[in-house]
Design a protein around this ligand. Sequence first.
Ligand SMILES: [Mn+2]
Length: 445
Amino acid sequence: MDAKELDVLYRTHVDELEQSYASTLDRLGWDAVVIHSGSLVKRSEFDDQFWPLRPTPAFQHWLPLVEADAGVVVRPGHRTRLFRTVSETFWERPPKPESQAFEDAFEPAGGRDWRQIRDHLGPGRVAFIGEQRGNGPACVDDRAQVNPTDLTHALDALRTRKTPYELGCLVEANRRASVGHETLRKAFREIEASEMDLHLAYLQATGQDDGETPYKNIVALGRNASTLHHIAYGRRPAQGGGSLLVDAGAVCRGYCADITRTWVKGNGAAATSFEALVCGVEAMQQRLCALARANLSYEALHDESHRHVAQVLRDAGLARGSTDELVDGGITRAFYPHGLGHSLGLQTHDVGCALRKPRQDNPFLRNTSDIAPRQVFTIEPGIYFIPELLEALRARPEGHLVDWTTVSALSPFGGVRIEDDVYVGDSGAVRNLTRETLPAGGGRV
Ligand SMILES: [Mn+2]
């Protein structure tokens, strides 16, 4: 889908959002809401530098503008207004948005500071959704309730149902990230590169600056893959064989792709065994994608993934025992401690599908919703050799179910994770957005 087609879909997106907001505000008894874009955050209290702005997701839902202390005023029955603070600084300018299509989608609400937003609020109950720092929010109307829980949760939930425009952005973000992943697969095959080299090659291939990526690239060679979020890039090139885990995304108009691939190269029995493990996880990930469908609870799919992990551990010679023994005894949780995935959209870990707490034995699960049409979420099982977790398991009676010789042989490869982004269609069936441009999840390079 090209930029023009996305611009056309954007107008329908704004119309749909106005309707959804109107019914949400009416249901919860609000007359108007101000959505704040966010304020700049200092890197440290001891100097004068700021982090790049990460706009609030509720603001980005309306438009892809990365400008501090801007606001959208939504008042059902009136045209939605866009308020942009006139910056007094001459040191920096905000980045130019990828598309200007938003410019005629709103009524401008000109002004220099937030006090002027009051003129557009009208009578009744007013809510403010945003951050409380900088010189914006403090000046909004005294009546305004800041981040009321009912409305915040309702708007979070609204973002989990993607419009055709949002789906188009997520497809494009996946296409962009695929280019980076394919570049790193080839680089890992052909040259002896360090984690830093690979990280920079990914930014180059995807045309992103480090601060623009949806999350810090995770680039891990060998043992480093056992650190789930390895971002302290090594400067020394990997030599000979080994493994590469890359968890990296791309953005289109604020919408995030989140993709993980694991590759192996080199000769020897250990590399061959690790390759078999990667292929086992790849097959399992595809089975889990096929099981996802509307009306199934995501947590049930997560529980199912533990039963699949038990089978992969047995096939790889890492553990023995029944599926129940391996799952109930905590063996699968020592090798696979994180959740199966999370909702995805304007936030890499979109909070709208995590409004319920997971069960106590799934502490890191970030999606506890029932799978529903128009959701986008990740499916990302993994198996890792994390020293702390495996040492703790070895000290427990259940430790005898693990083949510790195989664990030591495979530990230098760190671990494997394979992650795709999927969309639930109106029919309830799942469409894998990642595999459309990046068909292989991992294996030998
Ligand atoms: Mn993820």
